[in-house]
Design a protein around this ligand. Structure first.
Ligand code: TLP
Length: 344
């Protein structure tokens, strides 16, 4: 049996999601007439303490329309070069939104407020207008770390004092909620917009939601249409999202326990460098330089042992736990990964 630790995006819809799809009332969402989409959008907005919500196809689309709705072309966006928006979204902020990235490097996902303050330029005819600060929680490339609420508040305060909007890429904000015990709405309160994904640990087949104030959401809705993201009977997607928000959040705790267990097992494998203390949610990164293998070679060896992981070249591989990975799958994965590495 394959043990698929590539991503929590690999999760399949639950039985109740499939049932919900067949009984959801539907309409044309471009006309605002799909009651199931409206229900999900209202529910998401309420949970995060915002006025309105917008269902989008993907996290990437949610981030893009949020940036577009907060800005004008040529404006500047302050963000971590290790953020998903900068690193993994095909340059859409530049290519589609016409925005200028101002990268500020974080330390393991934690932006330094002084670095952010220094990066916000004062008005000058030569400069792009600094417009948005992007945050990411949990932070993917730092291993699913949680942005502490006090740091989040300080960063938001600096941005707001200088007239910037804050967009939170909260693809896995509910992992942060479950692991920290802090409601997602606490992080959302300080941010102007939040995107979160239904299609990751929450197990939906498709979908993310953006929340913010009503005016922002109306702008985001127009941009969603402009980039081809207007959907018709999207209640089939939203129906799964409602089940996810009602029933799938608390179980993320299991994924966190399993990730910690996996990290502890991998830490004992010679050739891999893993720090279990840094595993706060459902991701484990292993640094593999000492194996002498390239990331691709190691991924191939893992695949031969029936373990799927993802690569973060040149020297890291990533394992993500999710609903289809239980404790025994983790134990088996550790044995197989050990075999793959020792074969090196
Ligand atoms: N992340 C995916 C890959 O794209 C790397 C994954 O497997 O982790 N924000 C964050 C923090 C993300 O991790 C992701 C997806 C997104 C946004 C984008 O979501 P989608 O894939 O729905 O566009």
């Amino acid at each position: 049996m394959i043990i698929n630790l590539r991503s929590d995006t690999q999760t399949l819809p639950t039985e109740s999601m499939l049932r919900a799809i067949t009984s959801a009332p539907l309409g044309d969402d471009v006309f605002g007439e799909d009651p199931t989409v409206r229900k999900l959008e209202d529910m998401a907005a309420r949970m995060l303490g915002k006025e309105a919500g917008l269902l989008v196809v993907s996290g990437t689309m949610g981030n893009l329309v949020s940036l577009m709705a907060h800005s004008n072309r040529g404006d500047e966006v302050i963000l971590d070069p290790d953020s998903h928006i900068f690193y993994h979204e095909t340059g859409s902020l530049a290519a589609i939104a016409g925005l200028m990235p101002m990268p500020v490097r974080s330390r393991e996902g934690m932006l330094d407020p002084d670095d952010v303050a220094a990066a916000i330029r004062s008005p000058n005819v030569h400069y792009p207008r600094p417009r948005i600060l992007c945050l990411e929680n949990t932070h993917n490339r730092s291993g699913g770390r949680i942005l502490p609420l006090d740091l989040h508040k300080r960063l938001c305060a600096i941005a707001h004092e200088r007239g910037l909007k804050v967009h939170l890429d909260g693809a896995r904000i509910f992992n942060a909620q479950v692991a920290s015990g802090i409601p997602a709405s606490e992080w959302a309160r300080e941010a102007d917009s939040v995107m979160f994904c239904l299609s990751k640990g929450l197990s939906c087949p498709i979908g993310s939601v953006v929340v913010g104030d009503a005016e922002f959401i109306e702008r985001a809705r127009r941009f969603r249409k402009q980039i081809g993201g207007g959907m018709r009977q999207a209640g089939v997607i939203a129906a799964c999202g409602i089940v996810a928000l009602e029933t799938m959040i608390d179980r993320l705790a299991e994924d966190h326990i399993n990730a910690k267990l996996l990290a502890q097992g991998l830490a004992d494998i010679a050739g891999l460098k893993v720090d279990p203390d840094k595993v706060e949610t459902n991701m484990v990164y292993a640094e593999h330089s000492a194996t002498g293998l390239s990331t691709e070679e190691l991924l191939t060896r893992l695949k031969e042992q029936g373990v799927l992981a993802s690569g973060s070249p040149p020297n890291r591989i990533r394992f993500v736990t999710h609903r289809h990975i239980d404790r025994s799958a983790v134990e088996e994965a550790i044995c197989r990964i050990k075999r793959a590495v020792e074969g090196a």
